[in-house]
Design a protein around this ligand. Structure first.
Ligand code: ADP
Ligand code: MG
Length: 725
């Protein structure tokens, strides 16, 4: 194919495309299929002896140690269930530090002689797997240990069936650790951090008189933004295929200026995709709830109901996998990159966080009774202290080469971490800072004495889309995570820094009570202390403004603009002390994560740089040169015919062509430089040499897109990709 034929072909295909119809068949209505492919508690109850069932539920819900004898019984029941569901294979599913989902499949059937027998699937097969760890990043953990890695059954996350036209697979969620028990995945630290936070949250609750508590866990509802484009265009864009974002492309004449996409009516084809994905998600017990258009053309969002953070995290990974495969079925490609199109809003993943348990619900709900309001304020103060003290860790938990394009670009929160409390709650804390809160803006009287606290407004103020960490009525919403990343990383940080704050508050209050102080007064004093020391993290203004950059600096808040500015936060002495204290990471594990983050950063940019070079050299430059030749021939022909020939058009093309040629040379050179011997040196080379060289190639290439004859331009344009669906 030559010239623009690839593009035209794609447009014809899009026009001719008939979306598959999706209809719920009888007996498969959403309500009925929910969880039908999940080995649920109900399923276990029906299949397991009573004692075994009780024991496994105690492990799942109360964190009681798993009894190996129980595993055998569960394995048998699970296998029977899976075979009834048509499973031919089983897989231990884990989340290595690539940020992706990994699976190792084994057959339920063993070939013997001229037939097959049912393979053994005993407790030990369920509990432990042994994939080769050497192909997964370990950030140096492996160089001192064997390549061996182990997957271990995570009983707290239910097993499920993944359907495939060629046979179903029983998927068993697991953790992935080295021989010495060091974490090689994201699940292990998530479970550790959840456990640590629970312990200290329960101490606080005990002080407020709660007895016989169910385990306190963190809850998370992750909102996912994504783009959909027609697959024909996708396949004609090697940059999207290899890097997930367009490395070239002029801005379309019509961008998002009309604000006509957000909450607009959903295109029929996209609606079909959404219905189909929701059906699959329901079967897997994933509570997809809200769906709507997002700000940019071609951009959409899914918000599931919140769940325990560890399950939400598994479900979130699964959701991304399902989205990718269902989009294909509907002739589209789902883009999760944070910034697939320059100059158009990018995508994030909002991590809505709260903590609580089944009886108490979210502990971040401003309750009805005064008693609970004081409790709410203590948990709220814990968040304020945690975010202020460890804002650098929150920042690094969302740092990546891809999210760098989005954070701080005035479309997502700035790189400065701050908290939005809403007007009324902020006012309450301002009063607490002065001693006692005696009034609440606009709504009645607010006192902080435990017995006398009046109702807190349940909707404590407006929304603030510019804040990275916003209180939204019954939870905090961390808005900085990228759309591509696993939510496990920010959740590990949030859980751990909350463990630290709750530990601190509980210790102080326990001591006060032990010393015979009045509990109400002790709470009041403590709240005043926390807000005085940590109130600087609260900011209700416009996070996008220039003013905030200056003010934040005066307040001494961190402003870590990009990944390389942030990544050192992972290994500061304070970070090491924190994570070791709560047994979430030891120092070696932290260093390994630091290495992996740098390696990944360098790798992403190196791939982009190579892809830029290839596209510029073999696709864009040839198209431009062809056009340049055509124009030159035209000038020559006119001159020969004795006609006055303007060289203006030729110059308009020749300028950027020579710029592009020289920029290509520079990029080539940058790519050939030795990047250095450490992960940090490689990452620095990527940031300081490759990124600017790529930008220099892109600028003239994008200029050429608007001057080269359309019938010669090979790459689908922004206009086509974003609007033809
Ligand atoms: P909004 O527009 O306010 O962000 P959405 O409906 O788009 O609302 O998303 C709200 C998200 O917050 C959902 O994923 C929901 O599950 C989650 N959420 C709601 N309450 C809580 C809570 N208490 N803890 C954690 N997440 C929550
Ligand atoms: Mg939201």
């Amino acid at each position: 194919m030559s010239g623009n034929s690839t593009r035209l072909q794609a447009i014809y295909n899009v026009e001719a495309y008939v979306p598959p119809t999706v209809s719920f068949v009888a007996g498969e209505e959403p309500g009925e299929i929910f969880g039908s492919n999940v080995f649920t508690k109900a399923e276990m109850q029906a299949r397991l002896p009573k004692a075994v069932f009780k024991s496994i539920v105690a492990t799942i819900e109360k964190g009681i140690k798993l009894d190996p004898a129980v595993a055998d019984a569960v394995a048998v029941a699970m296998k029977d269930w899976a075979l009834e569901k048509g499973a031919t294979h089983y897989a231990h599913v884990f989340y290595p530090m690539t940020g992706l989902t990994a699976e190792k499949h084994d057959s339920f059937l063993d070939p013997v002689g001229d037939g097959t027998t049912l393979a053994e699937f005993a407790g030990k097969t369920l509990i432990q797997g042994e994939p080769d760890a050497s192909s997964f990043p370990s950030g140096g953990l492996r160089s001192t240990f064997e390549a061996r890695g182990y997957t271990g059954w995570d009983a707290t996350s239910p097993a499920y069936i993944l359907e495939n036209p060629n046979g179903n697979t029983l998927c068993i969620p697991t953790v992935f650790v080295s021989m010495t028990g060091e974490a090689l995945d994201y699940k292990t630290p998530l479970l550790r951090s959840q456990q640590a936070m629970g312990v200290h949250a329960e101490r606080v609750l005990k002080l407020f008189g709660h007895k016989d508590l169910n385990h306190v866990v963190s809850f998370c509802g992750p909102e996912q933004e994504y783009f959909l484009i027609d697959r024909h265009f996708f396949l004609a864009r090697p940059d999207l295929i290899n890097s997930g974002r367009t490395l070239f492309g002029a801005k379309p004449p019509k961008g998002q200026e009309f604000d006509d996409h957000y909450f607009g009516s959903i295109p029929e084809r996209v609606l079909g995709f959404m219905m189909d994905t929701e059906r699959e998600l329901f079967k897997l017990g994933i509570p997809a709830k809200t769906r709507h258009n997002e700000v940019a053309p071609g951009q959409f969002e899914l918000a599931p109901m919140f769940e325990r953070a560890n399950i939400a995290s598994d479900h979130q990974q699964l959701t991304m996998t399902i989205f990718k495969s269902i989009a294909k079925k509907h002739g589209m490609e789902c883009l999760f990159h944070e910034k697939p199109f320059a100059g158009v809003n990018g995508s994030g993943k909002h991590v809505n966080f709260s903590l609580g348990n089944a009886e108490l619900g979210s502990l971040l709900v401003p309750g009805d009774t005064p008693h609970e309001n004081a409790q709410f304020l203590v948990f709220c103060a814990a968040v304020i202290r945690a975010v202020h003290k460890f804002s650098g860790l929150l920042r690094v938990s969302v740092a990546s080469a891809t999210n760098d394009h989005r954070l701080g670009a005035n479309e997502a929160p700035p790189a400065i971490i701050s908290i939005f409390l809403g007007e009324q709650l902020a006012d309450v804390f301002e009063q607490i800072a002065k001693g006692a809160a005696t009034s609440s803006k606009g709504k009645g009287t607010m006192m902080i004495g435990v017995d006398t606290l009046p109702h807190l407004p349940t909707d404590p103020g407006d929304r603030n889309r510019t804040s990275p960490f916003a209180f939204t009525g019954n939870r905090f919403e961390f808005r900085a995570p990228g759309s591509l990343q696993t939510i496990a990383v920010p959740l590990v940080v949030i859980n751990t820094i909350m463990a630290d704050s709750l530990d601190y508050l509980a210790t102080k209050l326990e001591k006060a009570v032990g010393d015979g102080e009045d509990f109400d007064k002790a709470v009041q004093t403590l709240l005043t202390e926390v807000i005085t020391e940590h109130g600087d993290i609260v900011y209700n203004g416009d996070g996008y403004s220039e003013k905030w950059q200056i003010e934040a600096k005066e307040r001494g808040l961190l402003n870590l603009k990009n990944t390389l500015d942030s990544v050192g936060q992972l290994i500061t002495p304070e970070a090491v002390e924190l994570f070791e204290k709560y047994s979430v990471f030891n120092e070696r594990e932290l260093h390994s994560r630091y290495e992996v983050q740098l390696e990944h950063y360098a790798l992403v940019i190196a791939v982009e740089a190579k892809q830029s070079l290839e596209l510029a050299e073999t696709v864009i430059l040839p198209a431009a040169v062809r056009y340049q030749t055509e124009l030159a021939q035209n000038v020559a022909t006119l001159k020969a015919a004795g006609v006055d020939a303007s060289t203006l058009a030729l110059e308009t093309v020749s300028g950027p062509v020579s710029e592009l040629t020289s920029a290509i040379g520079t990029l080539k050179k940058a790519l050939s430089h030795h990047a250095g011997d450490t992960a940090l040196a490689e990452a620095k080379h990527a940031q300081d040499e490759l990124l600017p060289a790529m930008a220099a190639v892109r600028a003239p290439a994008d200029t050429l897109e608007s001057v080269v004859a359309d019938d010669l331009w090979p790459l689908p344009t922004y206009q086509e990709m974003l609007y033809i669906l």
